[in-house]
Design a protein. Sequence first.
Length: 493
Amino acid sequence: MSRLRVQASNALPALLIGLIAGFTAVVGSYAAAGFTPSFVVTPVTNWIRETSPAVVTNSIIENLGSLGQTLLFSSAVTLVVVGVAALVVGSHSLGQRLNNRALPVVATTVGTWAFVAVTTGQALLALGAALPPGAVVLLSVATPSLPMPEPIDSGRRRVLSGGLTLAGFSLAGYAVGRRRTPNLGGEPLAGNANRQQLLEDAAEKSFSMDGAEPLVSENFYTVDIANVDPTVDEAQWELTITGEVDEEVTLGYSELREMASVDRFETLRCVGESLNGKKMDTALWTGVPLQDLVARAGPNGGCDCVRLRAADDYYQVFPMDALEDSLLAYGMNGNALPRGHGYPVRALIPGHWGEIQVKWLSEIEVLDQDAEGYWEQKGWHGTGPVETVAKLHAVNDLPDGRNEVGGHAYAGIRGIQQVEVSTDGGSTWNEAELTEPLEGVSVWRQWRYRYDPPSGSHEVVVRATDGEGRLQPSEESDSYPSGATGWVSKTVQ
Ligand SMILES: Nc1nc2c(c(=O)[nH]1)N[C@H]1C(S)=C(S)[C@@H](COP(=O)(O)O)O[C@H]1N2
Ligand SMILES: [Mo]
């Protein structure tokens, strides 16, 4: 081996080659699988989440929201890159010791392939992750070391062309992966005239306030345990009603779509959101009553409770009673459910916290004994009816010099009877205007209050009374474990 060759292979240390190889493994896997569960990052994020202590996942959910998902995603990408890099460095030094240049190439390719194939369960797509790092290592060991009259220049040129190749590969991989990401759900439902009418009525009933969503949310929040949503095709979708039943019931998508459907507004709220957070939204849902279907199976379990399971391995347990007025929903605002909201079918359990509104629903299991759901195993108590809340999101100066404050109030199936506003820190209270109720079992209302502002800053406080005449409790509690409580207040200038 010539001295020149040794110099050339030292020019790019094994660690750097390893990191580049790891990066190309992620890009290659994305190109092969798109943003689906077969993308190598998916099982790794799942693994990080499942092995992190509950306090960590809880605080990510409570405090970070979608930033938490981004953090989880970046950690998973980093882990994959570092893992491949370790494989490259290890096999490179072993290869040097054994004087075998093929070894790092083979070890990197086969090792990456085996890891991705096993974790994603997709042997063929795993080649997308394994071949690029293999090629990077192959190039690094096979690059002929030419006699270099101007070593510095040629070194620079190699770095430049290497960088350009990498950038081109990433861009192409990104473009291919995007096209391979299935575009599921979201298309308009047939026979939408009635739904359009309902949506128009809701728009008319809405208070238009800067800073607060209308009655039908324009941006519906999402909360997912998985970073990458499942891809369930409607042709493959099947719901089974199993467990302690007289007779199992199986339902396919076309069968579901042929059944008499219901259109209804419902509000969802996440138990993990902060008191004045934005994880509460409303949509017009289309679906089929769920309780009848469960009754058809003849449930005879000992606990009158059910476990719902989903394609992302999520599961929740709650009392059978909650199924009253529940829907197997396949439509949202006149469109097929979007992938992010559970395409093709999700459960809607009115008045209960978001966590039992199971998306990508696959199974309803009638249980004999009570059990814990996914979040309850992490200490949450989020299966029950929602707390009463009044949010304060809009604080506006009106052209006539008055102030406008407003937001949404929600109390599940109890409904909202009244919202009161104080502009003096809670000493005196005034009744807010409320929007007309929407058609539905468990729907929020908007509230609005306009007033002549006192000079200087003042404290606005808002509180709701539910349909049973119960005033929202003023005691403040964190969202963990059973939902944030208290009255929202804001200092207004
Ligand atoms: N399969 C599945 N269903 C799920 C979840 C999930 O991670 N997986 N998250 C739950 C939580 S915590 C909430 S708050 C709601 C949110 O519904 P959305 O994403 O449509 O707003 O979905 C629930 N259903
Ligand atoms: Mo949630």
